[in-house]
Design a protein around this ligand. Sequence first.
Ligand code: NAP
Length: 242
Amino acid sequence: MKYALVTGGSRGIGRAVCLRLAALGYPVIINYKSNSGAAAETKQAVEEAGGHAELLQFDLSSQEQIEQAIESWQEAHKEDHIAVLVNNAGIRRDNLMVFMQNDDWNSVIDTSLNGFFYITRRLLKYMMTNRWGRIVNMTSLSGIKGLPGQTNYSAAKAALIGATKALAQEVAARNITVNAVAPGFIATDMTKDLPEDELRKMIPAGRFGQPDEVAAIVGFLVSDEASYITGEVISVNGGLYT
Ligand code: NAP
């Protein structure tokens, strides 16, 4: 069976992506770092909707944990493989650069960028052997435009865009597509401390987006209909930046 792995699938956009991919018929692997309660809720929601879901805890910033988790999953699923990878997990540690601590910089790069590298390299070999795969990388408006207070996050997300475009060209001949989705402001735990009333005045659509509105494009990008779309960055931002 072809599985879909969603990193950071326990909450927010990742949870909506899990539900969407399950609705498309994929058995879903829900990765999370520490919030086992939220991960279990996502699993339950997928199952209540008639889908199949499994939990796979690992910290994306640890290559060792990724290797162990994938190894043990593969051991338990000898006939199956992971054909769809949604690199969704991410964190914010905002500060002006002049005040930014090493840990703020390193933790954001480790999770969003190094994590992308470790897990994608690990799973690519299965996709290449099977001559089919879908990779969707969750970047951000911050990685396209740059946002003050987010040099770490903008750097990680811009690098993901470069990696998306380069990798897309490396693997296109094997029927593997690699695309990026760039949300603007989406209502999740990540944005709950932001002044929504102020910020929505800047958004042409006049509101924050919903996780489902991001998951919809992920669902399309992994479908067969999107087989000739690769190396693209698709914004989901209510017109905030075009
Ligand atoms: P969220 O609600 O804060 O959820 C973050 C998810 O990432 C959680 O599932 C969390 O797991 C997981 N995670 C964090 N660090 C991890 C690690 N080291 N290893 C494994 N999993 C880890 O975030 P969100 O708003 O849904 O954002 C999802 C993605 O969209 C992120 O890449 C974010 O940068 C991007 N994005 C979001 C927005 C927005 O406005 N919300 C805008 C642009 C881009 P736990 O539950 O275990 O903590």
